[in-house]
Write a protein that binds this ligand. Structure first.
Ligand code: ZN
Length: 483
């Protein structure tokens, strides 16, 4: 057991994926998140190098939320000899089995595609992209980190717990969760331990949601701690949230519907999909769907939407009141849920006015690609990007003026309208992060920034020191901070 307490960032240090942080204390050790590195095929192979942690000696793994960049490596725990409890909120415990099984499936599928040379084609061809400096998909073997049997094993370790309730993980060491309002069930993790007669506390923010979400209740205020590890994804900019209001989406629907077209929304299944879905439900109730049918074409997003209706206590006031009165805020006339590929292909073959929410969010794989093939070359249609696009992805290329793209079905001229409504981002922006720190329960905590690009961390760090007078650390990956 450690003589002094320390924190080590094993991922998401100067980047936005691969979250994994170790807290060692004289009372025991806790790992916060064990997520996937995502991005290029080279980034994906980094997942094979597991953090140097005494895994069998870990007292608990705490998962902040069900996004794969925070939980996607949990399936590796059996091979690492870690059978500690995996603690998370009850909603996250409900989502994790699906997320981990889907991740195991996807890893197997990616390997098969690589072996057979059938990886999906999804790229910009005009303007021609600059020559790649790193291996592209299909040129490098994708890693298989764990299989379904590992996932089954890990599922027995998951323990859902309520918010705001302490749970002892070792004598003198306990944790509690606070609502982070990033996606349904997301949490910040407070850890407390006893050290020579005094209580010491640190907080891991996890991903934080914006100040005001139309769907989720407000974030919990930051508790009184000596140190906070805070995410900084959007920490260098202020996001215009009005673009996530019903007005902006309503105008897009009116325009596309007047042309008799279809609107495709590439989306991530957890978080972003529910926000857009909820706005569509609001518009439906206001009679402003303009006769368009809405398809939600990813089983995970369908499941997450069901959880919204079942957890009124986690919602913003308007949807909460609806849910408490027995009216599911996510249900409306004209909503169709798509559960399998056959149904999805049938939807893609249709031409009647419709809104289609489909994964993946970066337009790199999944059902969204056959929808894109069916509608991208007609100018009556539109593709709506609800948030950030990863540089190098087809989504990023589409947003930045691609004239022609190549998909499995062939080469397509891009004639569909492109719309960018970045207000749907589920991450707090600079103002939100500062407000969260400012509203803290007390004290002058040391701030450690993670989960942000290096330039973003630096900019936010300067702002925090200037405006709030707090000391800020930007540790490199695997560097240890003494407490
Ligand atoms: Zn997240």
């Amino acid at each position: 057991m450690a003589e002094h307490a320390s924190i080590t960032l094993h991922g998401a240090a100067g980047e936005v994926t691969g979250s994994c942080t170790l807290l060692r204390t004289p009372r025991g050790s806790v790992v916060i998140d064990f997520g996937l590195f995502q991005g290029t095929p080279v980034d994906e192979r980094r997942n094979l190098q597991t953090p140097e942690i005494d895994w069998p000696g870990v007292d608990a793994v705490v998962v902040t939320h069900a996004h794969v960049d925070h939980c996607g490596r949990l399936g590796m725990l059996p091979a690492l000899g870690c059978d500690a409890d995996i603690l998370c909120t009850n909603v996250t415990a409900d989502l994790l089995p699906r997320v981990l099984k889907s991740s195991a499936n996807l890893q197997g599928m990616r390997l098969d595609e690589w072996k057979t040379g059938t990886a999906p084609v999804a790229r910009v061809v005009d303007p021609p992209p600059p020559p790649a400096t790193t291996p592209q998909r299909g040129e490098i073997e994708p890693p298989v980190l764990y299989g379904m049997r590992d996932v089954e094993h890990v599922l027995h370790q998951i323990r859902g717990m309520p918010y705001a309730t302490w749970r002892t993980v070792a004598p003198g060491l306990r944790v509690r969760l606070h609502d982070a309002s990033h996606i349904l069930g997301s949490a910040s993790v407070e850890v407390e331990w006893e050290d020579g007669g005094r209580q010491r506390r640190v907080l891991f923010s996890g991903d934080l949601g914006p100040d005001a979400s139309p769907l989720l209740r407000a974030r919990a205020p930051m508790p009184d701690v000596e140190l906070v590890i805070m995410e900084s994804t959007n920490g260098a900019r202020d996001i215009p949230r009005t673009t996530a209001g019903p007005q902006a989406l309503g105008e897009v629907l009116a325009r596309v519907s007047a042309r008799g077209g279809r609107l495709l929304v590439p989306t991530f299944s957890l978080g972003r999909a529910q926000l857009v879905h909820y706005r569509l439900a609001e518009l439906a109730r206001a009679g402003r769907l303009h006769g368009m049918t809405v398809y939600v074409d990813t089983p995970m997003a369908v499941r997450a939407a069901e959880l919204v209706g079942r957890h009124p206590e986690l919602l913003a006031e308007i949807p909460r009141r609806m849910a408490e009165a027995g009216n599911d805020p996510m249900e409306f006339d004209g909503l169709h849920k798509v559960f399998n590929r056959r149904h999805s292909l049938k939807v893609a073959a249709g031409t009647s006015p419709a809104v289609i929410l489909a994964g993946s969010g970066f337009l790199d794989a999944g059902p969204v690609l056959h929808h894109l093939a069916s509608l991208v070359s007609e100018d009556r249609n539109a593709v709506l990007f609800a948030g950030h696009q990863l540089p190098g992805s087809l989504g990023h290329g589409m947003l930045h003026g691609a004239r022609a793209i190549e998909l499995k079905e062939g080469i397509f001229e891009v004639k569909a309208e492109r719309v960018h409504l970045e207000g749907y981002s589920g991450h707090a922006d600079r103002g939100d992060l500062l407000a969260w720190l400012r509203g803290r329960a007390g004290g002058k905590p040391r701030v450690v920034l993670n989960h942000g690009e290096q330039a973003t961390r630096e900019a936010l760090g300067r702002t925090i020191t200037e405006q709030l007078g707090l000391e800020v650390d930007l540790p490199k990956a695997a560097a240890t901070i003494a407490l």
